[in-house]
Design a binder for this molecule. Sequence first.
Ligand code: DNO
Length: 359
Amino acid sequence: MKMSFRWFGEGQDNIPLQYIRQIPGMYSIVTSLIDIPVGEVWPIDRLKTLKEKVNAYGLHLDVIESVNIHEDIKLGLKTRDRYIQAYIDTMKNLHEIGVKVICYNFMPVLDWVRTELERKLEDGSYAMAYKEEDTVKIDPKDLNAQMEKQSGGFSLPGWEPDRLKEMSTMIEKYKYVSEQQYWNNIKYFLDGVIPYAEKYDIKLAIHPDDPPWPIFGLPRVITNRQNIQRFLDLNKSPYNGLTLCTGSLGANRENDLPSLIREFGSQGRIHFAHIRNIKYQDGRDFHETAHLSQCGSLDMFEIVKAFYDVGFDGYVRPDHGRMIWGEKGRPGYGLYDRALGAVYIQGLLEAIDKMTNGR
Ligand code: DNO
């Protein structure tokens, strides 16, 4: 597994690349051009500058998270072809700088959803949390403002203000898209871009819906074993694959993560892994925790062992961390707790490897 770390780019992230380089075992940066409006082609000059910057710190730039999908594609509008072409042109530029994996999602309008961005845990650290009751109470158009209020002035990935200006109008448009139509729209997108993913040797890795159930009546389909298999079967190219995010899929207690990893990993369809832990509360409620098994509800040893057993050699990154030691940063994306996560995952891997192969 190649260890990686999400960084939001120059002027966007308060964590210097130098600090990321100092995390033991770090191999690649996971980043994006967060300021480019969705649907526009990412300029090659900016990509080259970004790559040089990352390489100057001895790190690779192999993974992009995310190249977001324009709503017209998700809605299946006539204008979608133009945006699919822009996606392909961006892939071509990413190929030129040597990118190997693109993580993206197909969640309508909203990306990941939490109802609290800074819940205080018993040890005084802060973590993000989800309370089902609050999503039922809140008007979707107020959710953006609520997220913004708690984000400490940082823009949140997937919650770019530009994209969400017309949240209510966009949600309205989905009333006319059935779930079957939504699946058709995913297939149309895949059939358009996957031949170019093959040509440019870039693996596409869809991120599961987070949390993995419908919110505000919007179709959210990348949620469980059956739907993931259905997604993979829409286009059987090995370039059509997954970001296996343990925290997102794990929010549904029926998702048996080690078994999902074994199943899709042995098909060679996992290209990127997000590893983090969550703690179940009542019903669907949960809060995020430190990465260790003892801190949450997921068995991280079994998760990492499953990746190891299927010979997963793709990219992995620690995912959302808590805010600890007084750090102020983008919710979920501070330096300290994610660094602890990266080292913990590597500790598990070393132990599993040595116990398997002898010391
Ligand atoms: C949240 C992230 C998501 C993810 C996108 C992928 O922290 O896991 O925003 O990057 O869904 O497109």
